[in-house]
Each structure stands twice: as C-alpha cells, then as structure tokens.
Design a protein around this ligand. Structure first.
Ligand code: 2P0
Length: 338
C-alpha cells in the first residue's frame, strides 16, 4: 500500500481588508469578506502529516516540541475534519515548523492550517479543487483559506447557511503586481493576550460600532479590489490604513476593550504619516492585525527608505520585508522518516 504521508509548505497572508467577526462561529463563516496578499517564502510553515494504523493516538509536534492535549485540540479537530473528507479513521503524526514567531500577529495560524489542510488532503487522497479545499482550511482558521492561493486573494463571505459558498479565490496572481512589498516592523515577539477568536466574539457581541463597520464593508472591499486591479498604490495604501483603523476601532469599542496595538505601534502610525507628508504623497501604508507588529505596504522602489524610517522608530526590534508570494506547494522531502 502507498504510504499516507505528505508535506506541504504554506506562507502567511496579510489582510488588506480584514476578517473580524463571524456570522457562524462553529463553521467559521465571516460577517464580511476579506482581501489579502499572500507573502513569499520569507515566512513559511512546513508540515508533514502521516496517517498510519501503527499509531494509537494523534501525535503533534510544533517547532520541535510535542504539543500538549489542550493546545492539540484545535489541530486534532482539523485532522478529524480532514479524516471525514478522506473517509479515513487512521491516527496521524503531524510535524510542523515555522521559521517565524508563533502567535505574534504574523498570522501563524493562516500558514499553519493552510499547510495542514494541504498535507492531509494529499496524504489521504482527497481530490478536490483548491477552492473546495479552501472551505476546509477555513474551518481550521478563517484566514488560512486565503493562504491556499498566491498573489491577491479574496475570501468571499457567502450567503448559504452551510458555508459551502464561503470560499477563497484568487483575484490576481503574484505576477500582476510583483513590486509590492510588506515590510514587517516587529515590536514584540510575545504571544497575544487574547486569541483572535475570543476577541472577535467579544466584538460581535458588545461593539455598537461593529454594525456600522459591516455596513461600510462592501464599499471597502470594492475599493481595495479596484486599487489592486488598477495597481493604484496611493489608493491601496490610503484604503488599508483606513481599514486597519476601522478594525482596531471596533476592537476598542468592545466591552471590555481589546487593544492589540502598543505604544510602539502608535509611533509607527505617526512615522508613516510623517514619511508620506515629507514625500508629498502616499508612498506607503500601514496595516495591523491582532498584534502590535506593523505591516507597512510599499513598492520595491521605496522599500529601502521605508525600512530606514521604520528601523528608526523607538521600540522597533527588527524589520523584515516579504514580497508577493506564489502560494503553497508540496515538498518531496518530509520532516521525519517513517
Ligand atoms: C485577518 N485576522 O483577516 C484578520 C485580521 C487578524 C486581524 O484572521 O485563527 O490570529 O483566531 O488563530 O491567525 C486572525 O488571525 O487567527 C485573523 P486564529 P489569527 O487576517
């Protein structure tokens, strides 16, 4: 029998229009659509999955450490989902490695669940299109569905109750706008104090501003989609800053408030504004996820100057640039021997 083992490599994505809040938390059906850029292999998650009747329980290794039962729960649930899709009851060994800090606002769960979904699908012989697989990846971590494609990706909200139309699709390949770059200014490498999922639930349940954000959301999606299609950098940078500010505003409007941005983040906001004012136009734009680290989007032409500007901000520990990525891939070499 062919061995049921496969290895996938996936990369994070940075959301230009943010996913924040579910209309169905169990199925991970978002309150609104989102748009992202998949990053290149500056940041990667590599995951090997092996299903075997020689295993009596699922065994999960993350960055060289065996994961305890509490932390493993979400991964085992995803293995169960993939086992159902592949009509398989075998236990699995999962070994996964990130080359960047976990849970520090660098969307480790996006690349993690994208790699896990793809490795499981291949190992179990689940023959589905990337779009269909994106609906499975979504169940592990919402933003993971966007990491199944390279370039510029939209996760469509969908209307159906069963979530079958809440899928990711590529809106433009990496080659459409290869000059775009995400400069990550790392303010903290620590874990976040509240998980995105818990924080989103709190926002949906308690923020009054959230309803207004969702009313404006289709317009924001359209604007960012247009900025990407027209390669209109000024419009894109302006839009993503407004969008990030909007998401962090509804977080702050939650009860009790959710505050992911730090003093360092705030200084980066000021530095970006000053940089654009000096340049006499929108040369870059920031966006912040569920953490204090900034993603400053710019073009390769301005990359060096933007990096210098960010490195000078008090409290910025490191600056790392990532370009537009081509999406996930399979690897022939596995992370362990069977
Ligand atoms: C996004 N985020 O669209 C939004 C914007 C963060 C802010 O999807 O699955 O923390 O809860 O661990 O990796 C949250 O990403 O998600 C998220 P979970 P993660 O990218």
């Amino acid at each position: 029998m062919k061995e049921r083992i496969a290895t996938a490599i996936a990369t994070p994505n940075i959301a230009f229009v943010k996913y924040w809040g579910n209309r169905d938390e169990r199925l991970i059906l978002p309150a609104g659509g989102s748009i992202s850029m998949t990053l290149d292999r500056t940041f990667t998650t590599t995951t090997t999955v092996w299903f075997s009747d020689s295993l009596s329980a699922d065994e999960i290794w993350l960055n060289g450490k065996k994961v305890g039962p509490q932390e493993a729960k979400r991964i085992v649930e995803h293995l169960d989902l993939m086992r159902r899709a592949g009509q398989c009851r075998l236990r699995a060994k999962v070994v996964s490695r990130n080359n960047f800090p976990t849970a520090a606002g660098l969307a480790s769960s996006a690349s993690g669940f994208a790699a896990l979904t793809l490795a499981c699908a291949k190992a179990l012989g689940v023959r589905r299109s990337m779009t269909e697989l994106s609906a499975l990846a979504r169940r592990g971590s919402g933003s993971a569905c966007r990491s199944l494609f390279g370039g510029f990706v939209e996760w469509v909200r969908g209307e159906r109750k069963d979530g079958s139309d809440s899928i990711a699709q590529q809106i433009a390949p990496a080659s459409h706008w290869p000059g775009l770059v995400d400069i990550v200014a790392i303010a903290s490498e620590g874990r976040k104090h509240i998980s995105s999922r818990d924080a989103m639930r709190r926002t949906v349940e308690t923020s009054r501003l959230f309803k207004q954000r969702m009313q404006m959301h289709p317009g924001m999606l359209k604007q960012v989609r247009n900025a990407i299609m027209q390669k209109n950098a000024e419009l894109l940078f302006d839009s993503i800053m407004r969008e990030s500010n909007s998401m962090h505003a509804v977080m702050k409007d939650s009860r009790p408030p959710i505050i992911y941005m730090s003093e360092v983040s705030r200084r980066i906001v000021d530095a970006v504004r000053a940089f654009n004012a000096d340049a006499g136009g929108m040369k870059c734009g920031y966006t912040f996820d569920a953490g204090p680290n900034a993603h400053v989007i710019t073009t390769r032409k301005n990359e060096a100057a933007v990096r210098r500007m960010l490195a000078r901000v008090k409290g910025v520990k490191r600056v790392v640039s990532a370009g537009v990525g081509k999406g996930p891939a399979y690897a022939a070499k596995h992370l362990f021997k069977i």
